[in-house]
Design a protein around this ligand. Structure first.
Ligand code: AHM
Ligand code: MG
Length: 336
C-alpha cells in the first residue's frame, strides 16, 4: 500500500491552496520535528530522570512537571529558528515570546500548550501538545506584540495536536479538513492513517469531570443530567468517559463522537471561571472540531468567535458532535 508521509501531504496541500507558502510548510515541518523530540522523552518517561515536578509553579499556578518544562524548551528552541515565526506564546510562560532579532523572523505566530495533561505523566496516561498558528496582524516592520496573539480563533491558519499515546499521532487542519497521521517509530515518519476525519453528527458519550457537579450552575447540571437520562436524543443514557487529558478526551470525541465538557466552575463564587485556556487549548481544538463537521461553544457563543482579551484567558468549553453541542446551546438559551 502506498503510504503518504506528512511532508508529502503538506506539499500536496501547499499546491492545492494558493494561499499556502513554502514558509508555512517549513513551519509545520519544524513543529513535527519538535514533536518527535518530545515523543522520544515522553515514551522513556519511566526510564530517564524525567518524572515528577521541577519544584516550580507556572503562570497558571500549577506545579511544573519536568516533561512540561522539557517540551516547552524544545518547542521554543526549535521554533525560534524556523524562520517562519515572529512570535510565540506558551501555556507555561506569562508573556509573549518574540523571536529574538538575531534569528530570521517570518509572518506567523505560534501558540502552544507544550504538554497538555501533564498531571497524568507519572501514571503513564496520554498527554499531548496542542498548537495554534496565526498570521501576525501588526506590520512586519515593527516588533511583534501581544495584539498578534489576541485574535479570535476563526483567524487561525492552522491548528492541531500531537497525542502521545500507545502510538504518537499528529492531527491537524489548515482549514481544508482534518487529517491524522501516526508516527511509525521504525522509520521516524508520520504516515497518513486518518484522512478527512469526521466527527459523527450525533454522539452517545459524554465526557466531563463530574466531581465538579456541586460547583456548576443549575443549567450545567441539567445539561449533564440530560445526557445521562433516557429522555435524550438517543433515548438512553450516554456512556461516560473521562481521561483528564484534554487531547486524549478530544481525540476520542473526534473519532467516536459525543461531547467533551469543561464547564464554568463556581467554586469561588466571586470569580466563576472555566479551566481551559482559550488561546492554547479551546481555540485550536475548536478549529479542528469544526473542520471535522463538529462544533464548539462556551454555552453562549461559538468558541471561534470569542475575541480574546488576555493571553491566558480561560473559557468554559463544550466541544464535539454537532447535535450534542447544539443541546448545550439550547439549554443555555433557555430553549430546553
Ligand atoms: P494542563 O494543560 O495543565 O495539563 O491542564 C489542563 C487539563 C486538561 O488536559 C484536562 O482536560 C483538564 O486539565 C482536567 O482537569 P481536571 O483535573 O480538573 O478534571
Ligand atoms: Mg493543557
Amino acid at each position: 500500500m502506498r503510504q503518504i508521509t506528512v511532508t508529502e501531504h503538506l506539499i500536496l496541500h501547499q499546491k492545492k491552496s494558493p494561499a499556502a507558502t513554502g514558509m508555512f510548510t517549513g513551519l509545520l515541518h519544524d513543529l513535527i520535528l519538535a514533536a518527535k523530540l518530545i515523543t522520544r522523552n515522553v515514551s522513556s518517561a519511566g526510564l530517564l530522570d524525567v518524572l515528577g515536578g521541577t519544584g516550580e509553579i507556572n503562570v497558571q499556578g500549577e506545579a511544573v512537571q519536568k516533561l512540561d518544562d522539557f517540551a516547552n524548551r524544545v518547542l521554543i528552541h526549535r521554533m525560534e529558528r524556523s524562520g517562519a515565526l515572529c512570535m510565540m506564546a506558551s501555556e507555561e510562560i506569562a508573556d509573549i515570546i518574540p523571536v529574538p532579532s538575531r534569528f530570521t523572523r517570518g509572518d506567523y505566530v505560534l501558540i502552544f500548550d507544550p504538554l497538555d495533561g501533564s498531571s497524568n505523566i507519572d501514571v503513564n496516561i496520554n498527554t499531548g501538545t496542542i498548537f495554534s498558528i496565526l498570521r501576525r496582524r501588526t506590520p512586519a516592520s515593527q516588533d511583534p506584540s501581544i495584539d498578534d496573539a489576541l485574535q479570535a480563533g476563526m483567524h487561525q491558519v492552522a491548528a492541531g495536536y500531537i497525542l502521545y499515546g500507545p502510538s504518537t499521532m499528529l492531527v491537524y487542519t489548515t482549514g481544508q479538513g482534518v487529517h491524522g497521521f501516526t508516527l511509525d517509530p521504525s522509520v521516524g515518519e508520520f504516515l497518513l492513517s486518518h484522512p478527512n476525519m469526521q466527527i459523527p453528527e450525533q454522539g452517545k458519550i459524554y465526557s466531563v469531570n463530574e466531581g465538579n457537579y456541586l460547583h456548576w450552575d443549575n443549567t450545567t447540571q441539567n445539561i449533564v443530567n440530560y445526557f445521562k437520562s433516557k429522555d435524550n436524543a438517543i433515548g438512553s443514557p450516554y456512556s461516560m468517559r473521562y481521561v483528564g487529558s484534554l487531547v486524549a478526551d478530544f481525540h476520542r470525541t473526534l473519532l467516536y463522537g459525543g461531547i467533551f465538557m469543561y464547564p464554568m466552575d463556581h467554586r469561588s463564587p466571586e470569580k466563576p471561571r472555566g479551566k481551559l485556556r482559550l488561546l492554547c487549548e479551546a481555540s485550536p481544538l475548536s478549529f479542528v472540531a469544526e473542520q471535522a463537521g463538529g462544533a464548539a461553544t462556551d454555552g453562549l457563543k461559538r468558541i471561534l468567535e470569542i475575541e480574546p482579551t488576555s493571553l491566558h484567558e480561560r473559557v468554559p468549553l463544550f466541544i464535539g458532535s454537532r447535535n450534542d453541542v447544539e443541546v448545550v446551546n439550547k439549554f443555555y438559551a433557555g430553549a430546553m
